[in-house]
Write a protein of this length. Structure first.
Lengths: 125, 108
């Protein structure tokens, strides 16, 4: 059974740092790109960051670029999100998600087939 | 960046109703469109990928259609467990897979 379990959320002061983890099991972690998506209280889903299966490529939304770092340890089946210079607007539930794809005659159509339960990050003094 | 819009932002419906939600992309995204369902306090759940492919285990009352810029999620006969918020997501602009703002479906 595929499982993604986030941890590391909590209360942090503005300007502070926090590292989120996402422990994966039930699949070959090193074969899949992974993503972080967040959801502020009462708001919609916001795409945050992505990392390729081998960690060689990363992507960040403009809202977090330069402040957040995504990484992974394939030997530990774990995805990370290092968050720095945190702001009030970063307060959200953070989800990790597995990327999968549908091969349509050589065109890869991507989607997120498994999600973690989320971890809450609260930014407040 | 590709912007996604959804309409309506919310709707009220009764059990048994046919429900249609629309998603529009700011540029053509072919069939690179996914739909997710989210219930309060829970993670999103994949319903439809590649615009019209039903994810394994998802009831057949859910269907997706469209290509280019205009897409539709249809629930053929709304069930009590379908009251939730629905999000579309484009995966054309890889890897920044942006989401629509969501459509909340609640009980009439």
């Amino acid at each position: 059974e595929v499982q993604l379990v986030e941890s590391g959320g909590g209360l942090v002061q503005p300007g502070g740092s926090l590292r989120l983890s996402c422990a994966a099991s039930g699949f070959t972690f090193s074969s899949y790109a992974m993503h972080w998506v967040r959801q502020a209280p009462g708001k919609g889903l916001e795409y945050v960051s992505a990392i390729s299966s081998n960690g060689g490529s990363t992507y960040y939304a403009n809202s977090v670029k330069g402040r957040f770092t995504i990484s992974r340890d394939n030997s530990k089946n774990t995805l990370y999100l290092q968050m720095g210079s945190l702001r009030a607007e970063d307060m959200a539930v953070y989800y990790c998600a597995r990327e999968n794809y549908y091969d349509s005659s050589g065109y890869y159509l991507y989607y997120f087939d498994y999600w973690g339960q989320g971890t809450l990050v609260t930014v407040s003094s | 960046d590709i912007q996604m819009t959804q309409s309506p932002s919310s709707l009220s419906a009764s059990v048994g109703d046919r429900v249609t939600i629309t998603c529009r992309a700011s540029q053509s995204i072919s069939s690179y469109l996914n739909w997710y369902q989210q219930k309060p306090g829970k993670a999103p759940k994949l319903l439809i990928y590649a615009a019209s492919s039903l994810q394994s285990g998802v009831p057949s009352r859910f269907s997706g259609s469209g290509s280019g810029t205009d897409f539709t999620l249809t629930i053929s006969s709304l069930q009590p467990e379908d009251f939730a918020t629905y999000y579309c997501q484009q995966s054309y602009s890889t890897p920044g897979f942006t989401f629509g703002p969501g459509t909340k479906v609640d009980i009439k």
